[in-house]
Write a protein that binds this ligand. Sequence first.
Ligand code: NAD
Length: 337
Amino acid sequence: MSSSATPLIAVYDTKPYDREYLGAAAGVEALDLRFHEFRLEPETAFSAEGARAVCVFVNDKIQRPTLANLAHLGVRMVALRCAGFNNVDLKAAKHFGIAITRVPNYSPHAVAEHTIALILTLNRKIHRAFNRVRELNFSLSGLVGFDLHGKTAGIIGTGKIGRIVCEILKGFGMRVIAADLFPNPEWAARKGVEYMDTVALARQSDIVSLHTPLTSQTDHIVGSDFIALMKPGAMLVNVSRGRLIHTTALIEGLKSGHIGGVALDVYEEEEGVFFEDLSGEVLQDDELARLLVFPNVLVTAHQAFLTREALHEISRVTVENLLRFVQGQPFLEGTAL
Ligand code: NAD
C-alpha cells in the first residue's frame, strides 16, 4: 500500500501485461499507479481526480476536450506508453500547460519482426495450414505461396522500423525499394536499398509494407489510386496506423482480385475493437467483418509491439519520465513532444 505522499498517476486502457510491467518498473513506493481498464476520453477524464499525471496508450483520446478536463483537475502531464502520437492535440496541450511524453524507440525490432511474421504467414498460408492439420486435413490444395527470393519489396517509411524491415528482407534475397519524405541515402547505399517515389514503388513491388506515422500527408496514403498502381496479385502490409489505408478501397481491391493478399496489424476503426475480447458479441463493424472472411487477409489486433523486451522498455521509459516529472527534473532526451 502506498503512502498518501506517493504521487498518484492514473493509467488508462490497461491490460494485465501493462499492469505487470508498469507495476514492476514503478515499484511500490515511488509512484501510486491507479490502473483503469477503460480509455481516457472527455467523459472519463474526471477519473483522473487527485492524479498528478496520466498514462495513456494508442486509442485514448487526448484531444482538446480531454486536455481541458485534465487541466481543470490539475493534471500537468500525459505520458504516452507508445511511439505514435496522432491521438494527441499538441497545440491544445501547450495551451493548457500539459507536458506530453512518449516512448519513441522502445523496440523497433519487435514491430519489424512482426511485419516479417505476417508476410511469411500470409504468403505460405501458415494460418490456414495450422487449422487444417488440427482437423486432420493434410491436403495442400490452396496453400501455394511464392519465393520471396528475387521478388521486390517496397517499403514506405524508412525510419527506425522500416529500415529493419528492409534489412531483414534483403536477407531473404529480395530487391528492396523504398520511399520516404526524408530519404537516408547513406544507409540505402550501404544496404543496397533503392529510393524512389511512391508511384514507382507501387508499380514495381510484389510486397508493399507501410512504416510511416499517421499524419495529414499519410492519411489514406493507400486508396483506390495507389491500389490501381499496384502490381496485380501484390501483397499489402500495414503495421503502422489503420488510417494509412482507405478500407473501402482495400475491400474493393480484394474483391476484384487485384490485391493478392493483405496483412494488417492496425485498422482504421480499431478503437473499441482491438485489444478487447468480443468473442461473445455481434461484430458491428461491417467492413472489418468483410475483411475477416477473405482467405487472403490476415489480421492481428495491434500486437506488433508485444514482446517482453518492448514492454520492459516502454515501462522503464514511461516510469522514469513520470518520476522525473514529479521530482521536477527534465524528461529523458527525445521523449518530450
Ligand atoms: P520513425 O519516425 O522512426 O520513422 C517514420 C518514417 O516515416 C520517417 O523516416 C519519416 O521520414 C517517414 N515519413 C513520414 N511522413 C512520410 C510521408 N508522407 N511519406 C513517406 N515517408 C514519410 O518511426 P518508427 O519508429 O519507424 O515507427 C513508424 C510507425 O509505426 C509509428 O509512427 C507508429 O504509427 C507505428 N507503430 C506501430 C506499432 C504496432 O504495434 N503496430 C508499434 C510501434 C510503432
